[in-house]
Design a binder for this molecule. Structure first.
Ligand code: NAP
Length: 516
């Protein structure tokens, strides 16, 4: 049956040019990740940068994708990395050499400009990501074959041009669904967002206007999340998440409120719902030629377009299946990195993970550990121990984040970073810092757990780490200081009241003395 789909069709803007500085591809390429033009990071610059290279002071706190690319370019230049990168090269296969059990070596076949090449490598890191293959569960949408409108996966979406006046149904409530629904709702006649389980929606802006992750990811709050009884934690989370707006009133409340599922970070979604530009709907039960029937029996007519923002799946077509087997969007890797059954630990997957915090400090620590394993400076436990760890970790993951396909790679943030750092001796010891540098110890425990913390001790220690920790507030505020303000006097009203109060006490005391 021929389906009317927008797969493979690009919704290019008519007559608009891609900004040169972004260098973002307008066309969607098979086998490569694809983003929409407006994507802005949902982790802040101070929590996203690599551990020995803070982002430039004047960079905004949440980065447009072009700015993030600029950071990578500056980073690569600073550390002279480009000479090691072979661009425009496809890896066709990675296979064990016949003498693998003694050498641990791999034969890698690549293709570049139509030419195949073979080379032998002592070790391989697979860093191909998990946001390339679209997960589009058409089987869960009875009637899709009858639907006369267009439908496509969120990875096909680039910008809102061409969607003017349409009735659009967005499926899912991850960050892609929310970003796309918000953007389209400014052009479309009506946007509906259909969610089966709901989600917590958070603002990027937290206490005192600081980025959310600087407040959320502290060792202190992580410790509380680990030690407090579940019932108390559940109540705290419910209260915290509903501080901005009541999720129940907006139809967004998660079905299982107590899972630590990745939240949506979107400052505009609640207001677009409040304006009626986006309407939240339940799971789609069935589609007809022109309408969507929802689980609660409601029907929305005249749907023109369906966007499946239903996430991703992943595979490793260049690896033999036995090396890294993907089953139900899950892999069995020790600490999300090492296949446990290899005679030599010379293969590692980097970034096959979805941490609750920023991915960059996470993959950096993964790479720091992996390179030491490759060099023989760190050893892995037995296959049996690794398998037991994988099983236990998976059970814990389901308990914390649930069984949903979007959560198969979900991990805690600080706990995982500390675990990796412990492997290489880079985890800062709070107690020893409390004795020798108490000011820093307080920052380490109560301040944001940024990547610099993992450069204070151990291999790869960076002299600038302490300074970077103490100057991060400066880098956060710098891009906001775009309007010169007169230095306001520190003499605040509350200060004035305190002085007056003190004066009153002194005067009363004086009169009392006179009385006697
Ligand atoms: P995602 O987080 O995996 O979300 C997929 C959504 O589709 C979930 O709401 C899921 O619902 C729903 N879904 C899946 N199968 C479904 C089905 N059969 N029927 C109905 N709903 C279904 O995917 P994503 O939003 O594309 O995000 C991928 C990653 O990129 C995430 O880590 C995200 O944070 C990141 N991202 C970041 C930004 C940013 O930084 N601004 C923007 C976009 C994406 P359930 O949860 O109920 O399964």
């Amino acid at each position: 049956m021929k389906r009317k789909s927008r797969f493979g069709i690009n919704n290019l803007p008519r007559g608009t040019q891609v900004e040169k500085s972004t260098e973002m591809k307008e066309n969607v390429e098979d086998g490569r990740a694809s983003i929409y033009q407006s994507v802005i990071s949902n982790t802040s610059k101070e929590m996203t940068c690599f551990s020995d290279f803070p982002m430039p002071e004047d960079f905004p706190n949440f980065l447009h994708n072009s700015k993030l690319l600029e950071y990578f370019r500056i980073f690569a230049k600073k550390f002279d990395l480009l000479k090691y990168i072979q661009f425009q090269t496809t890896v066709l296969s990675v296979k064990k050499r016949p003498d693998f059990s003694s050498s641990g070596q791999w034969e890698v076949v690549t293709e570049s400009n139509g030419k195949e090449q073979r080379a032998v490598f002592d070790a391989v890191m697979v860093c191909s990501g998990h946001h390339i293959l679209p997960h589009i569960p058409l089987e869960s949408f009875p009637g899709i074959e009858r639907f006369k409108g267009q439908y496509f996966h969120s990875r096909q979406y680039k910008h809102p041009e061409g969607f003017e006046g349409k009735h659009i149904l967005v499926i899912g409530i991850g960050n892609s669904a929310s970003d796309i629904a918000v953007e389209l709702s400014k052009k479309a006649a009506q946007v509906f967002i259909s969610t089966r389980h709901g989600s917590w929606v958070m603002s990027r802006i937290s206490e005192d206007g600081y980025p959310w992750d600087m407040i959320f990811h502290t060792r202190f709050s992580s410790m509380l999340r680990n030690v407090l009884p579940r019932t108390i934690l559940k109540q705290m989370m419910d209260q915290q998440m509903n501080q901005w707006f009541n999720h129940k009133n907006y139809g967004l409340e998660p079905q299982n409120k107590y899972l630590m599922k990745e939240p949506v970070l979107n400052d505009d979604l609640p207001s677009r719902i409040l304006y009626g530009a986006i309407k939240v709907k339940s799971r789609v039960k069935e589609l007809t030629e022109t309408s969507a029937i929802f689980e609660d029996g409601t029907v929305e007519e005249n749907i023109d377009i369906i966007v499946f923002a239903t996430g991703y799946t992943f595979s490793f077509p260049f690896l033999e299946e036995s090396l890294v087997k993907v089953e139900d969007n899950m892999v069995s890797l020790y600490r999300y990195i090492f296949p446990p059954h290899l005679a030599k630990s010379t293969l590692a997957c980097i970034g096959l993970i979805q941490p609750l915090g920023s991915i960059f400090p996470t993959v950096e620590l993964q790479a720091r550990w992996v390179t030491r394993v490759f060099k023989g400076l760190c050893t892995l436990p037995s296959e049996r121990t690794m398998m037991a760890d994988i099983i236990k970790r998976n059970e814990k993951r389901i308990d914390l984040f649930g069984k949903s396909q979007s959560q198969t790679l979900q991990t805690n943030y600080i706990d995982y970073l500390d675990e990796l750092a412990s492997e290489i001796g880079a985890k800062p010891d709070f107690l020893s810092f409390l004795l020798k540098d108490p000011k820093l110890a307080v920052k380490l425990y109560f301040g944001p757990c940024n990547s610099y913390q993992y450069r204070l001790v151990g291999p790869g220690r960076w002299e600038g780490a302490r300074h970077a920790i103490f100057t991060q507030k400066q880098r956060i505020l710098k891009p906001l200081k775009t309007r010169a303000l007169r230095e306001s006097s520190n003499f605040s009203l509350s200060f004035l009241l305190k002085i007056l109060g003190l004066l009153a006490v002194v005067v009363a005391f004086f009169f009392q003395l006179q009385w006697f």
